[in-house]
Design a protein around this ligand. Structure first.
Ligand code: HEC
Length: 323
């Protein structure tokens, strides 16, 4: 039985078509099976070009391997050109092929009307609500009543801390040796030590208490920061958390001069509240992966984190312009 022999010319054409179809449709179809995503992953144009170039090079070697192979490859082309398949097909071929090539070249080179490339705006504000503009961090300016309530809690050694930090504070109280005099000694900063000395002497000034309350809020803010933001923005708040490399639009580096220092606090609050999904189109082409924190953090928690964020970055927010 004679094996099915296809002329070398047609096997070259068939190979090109099969490889192209495989790269263009076969790989995306396989990607759906492998990734189980609801859409195919297309092969990038440059990669298609590389695959096709390699195929052409391989076919060229295959055809020019010997004179007989080359002769066999050229035979149908020659036959077509001298009218061996009939005059009408030849005329059609000689007209249609240049027309197709010419049309392709035209389609590629003709100037098109296109939207100008838009640059990404770091601090987009077209949908930034005016009401946030003058928002102040309420924790930076506690009322006298708040400070007095804090003093009362400190005197009773029953300071209300966020529940997230309580297990650590309690474990420390149980294990520290000698046993700590006061739960707030857990925050070993200078303003806090000064305040605790005044509590012990029962002679507390409002100023010391205000500074100590700030230390308590900063401590809670740092704890909330490490639970929620550290993975992206990093321990050193410089946008180098363990997950940071996974994002095309890197989480912002708060220690960089162009970031949280150049915006008013209300803007920072709004960005944290609404995350990436709350940004207008000027913030594209890359979408920010920042979660929408209003869904999982209370307003007070968000302000605490922002306070700690500025403190850790050693920056101060921009002061809102006077109206
Ligand atoms: C999933 C990663 C991720 C997490 C978690 C995350 N962020 Fe972000 N954050 C980003 C990305 C990405 C940007 C956008 C960077 C840009 O706009 O250039 C960003 C931007 C910001 C900005 C805007 C800064 C500016 O100058 O406009 C603030 C403020 C911010 N994040 C605060 C936080 C806070 C606070 C938390 C925790 C409550 C947090 N982020 C958690 C990824 C994250």
């Amino acid at each position: 039985m004679a094996a099915l022999r296809i002329n070398r010319f047609w096997s070259v054409v068939a190979t090109l078509l099969i490889v192209y179809a495989f790269v263009k449709w076969g790989i995306p179809a396989a990607s759906r099976e492998i990734t189980t995503l609801p859409f195919p992953l297309p092969v990038p144009g440059t990669l298609v070009f590389i695959y096709m170039t390699l195929t052409v090079v391989a076919l060229f070697i295959f055809v020019t391997f010997s004179d007989t192979y080359l002769e066999e490859f050229l035979r149908p082309i020659r036959k077509f050109l001298i009218g061996g398949y009939g005059k009408i097909p030849r005329t059609i071929g000689l007209v249609v092929i240049p027309l197709l090539v010419g049309w392709q070249v035209y389609a590629i080179t003709v100037p098109k009307v296109e939207l100008p490339v838009s640059l990404r705006i770091q601090h987009p504000s077209s949908n930034f609500p005016k009401s946030f503009e003058d928002a102040k961090n309420p924790l930076e300016n506690p009322s006298d009543a708040d400070i007095e309530a804090f003093i009362d809690q400190a005197k009773a050694n029953e300071v209300v801390l966020i529940p997230q930090v309580m297990p650590d504070v309690e474990a420390w109280m149980d294990e520290a040796d000698p046993e700590p005099e006061h739960m707030l000694a857990f925050i070993p900063t200078e303003p806090m030590s000064k305040f605790l000395a005044e509590v012990a002497a029962d002679n507390i000034s409002m100023e010391t208490a205000r500074a100590a309350l700030r230390e308590k809020n900063l401590f809670e803010g740092r704890a909330l920061y490490s639970m929620n933001c550290r993975a992206c923005h990093g321990d050193s708040v410089s946008g180098d958390g363990p997950m940071a490399d996974g994002f095309k639009l890197r989480p912002i580096n708060f220690t960089d001069n162009g970031t949280i220092e150049t915006i008013v606090e209300g803007y920072t609050f709004w960005r944290v509240t609404n995350g990436g999904p709350g940004l207008p189109t000027e913030a594209t082409p890359w979408d920010s992966a920042m979660p929408e924190w209003k869904l999982s953090l209370t307003e007070e928690q968000r302000w605490k984190i922002i306070m700690a964020e500025y403190d850790l970055a050693e920056k101060t927010p921009r002061i809102p312009e006077a109206h």
